[in-house]
Design a protein around this ligand. Structure first.
Ligand SMILES: Nc1ncnc2c1ncn2[C@@H]1O[C@H](COP(=O)(O)OP(=O)(O)OP(=O)(O)O)[C@@H](O)[C@H]1O
Ligand SMILES: [Mg+2]
Length: 260
């Protein structure tokens, strides 16, 4: 159950090194139910690493991750789904040799009498998900390997939406998309927010971020250097935080727990 008084996601003092590369030094972050929270930062700032720590692909060296109030200890992709997290990775995790309908059903394959894969239902479900999202990709039996980068991105997003989890993590969801498709993703994010979900969206596209996010957290060189309400900040301030032209916010003694 989601609870409006508990962050959907809370990271406190997260650190992570890969050998001698210090990907994350100190990251504090919270996202609340019913908000779209953008994460921005230069290439290599640690955004994708942060997301992969939440989903259990990497273990943090230090710090704490809470999903809906519960501390995550050692976890993996399966348990993270059980915790209520849907994710679209930057390096999209679709299976090229499977068709659109099969990809949309991954992890949740419909079976008849518990054994036989129900292909008709899978195709029907996939067509419905895509039409609900107003996504046009033609035939749901098209192998994903034949789709364009943008079409794959939309399918990956549709798959995450279909999981219907309280926390949705998107890593560069619009990187391969045209203007109309990006706007469509923005609309999908707003619909998720309206349904009370927490949407965390990593993006380099500041125009997209300013158009859709409620709050913005900036990562610089593995540190969370500031969180701003979109309504109270400017592009200049965010760019200054990204580049270091503006100093990082002082670190609170404890991770911030205030509601947005
Ligand atoms: N599996 C890994 N092994 C070694 N180093 C890694 C690994 N994953 C990330 N890194 C390093 O950690 C740092 C942060 O990488 P990360 O992918 O989190 O950045 P990012 O903010 O997502 O960048 P981008 O905007 O380019 O996607 C980089 O220096 C990167 O080379
Ligand atoms: Mg990345």
């Amino acid at each position: 159950m989601t609870d409006q008084h508990t962050p959907a996601l809370q990271l406190s003092g997260i650190a992570k090194s890969f050998g001698s590369v210090r990907a994350l030094e100190h990251v504090d972050f919270s996202a609340w139910p019913g908000e779209i929270h953008a994460i921005v930062g230069d290439n290599g700032a640690g955004k994708s690493t942060m997301l992969k720590i939440v989903t259990g692909i990497h273990d943090a060296d230090a710090g704490e991750v809470r999903v809906n109030g519960s501390v995550e200890s050692s976890h993996n992709a399966k348990t993270v789904q059980d915790l209520g997290v849907a994710v679209v990775y930057q390096d999209l995790a679709l299976v090229e040799c499977l068709d659109i309908a099969q990809n949309l059903s991954l992890g949740n394959l419909p079976r008849r009498w518990g054994i036989i894969l129900d292909r008709q239902r899978m195709a029907r479900d996939a067509a419905k998900v895509l039409s609900d999202l107003k996504v046009r990709v033609g035939d749901v039996h098209t192998p994903v390997g034949l789709l364009s980068g943008g079409q794959r991105q939309i399918i990956a997003i549709a798959r995450a939406v279909r999981m219907d989890k309280p926390l949705i993590l998107l890593d560069e969801p619009t990187a391969a998309l045209g203007v109309q498709e990006s706007a469509r993703v923005g609309t999908i994010m707003r619909e998720l927010r309206a349904a009370g979900k927490a949407v965390v969206c990593i993006s380099h596209d500041l125009e997209f971020v300013f158009a859709h996010a409620d709050r913005i957290t900036v990562l610089r060189l593995g540190n969370s250097v500031g969180t701003r309400r979109t309504a109270d900040t400017t592009r200049d301030e965010i760019v200054g935080l990204i580049t270091g032209a503006f100093p990082a916010d002082g670190r609170p003694a404890r991770a911030q727990k205030e509601a947005p």
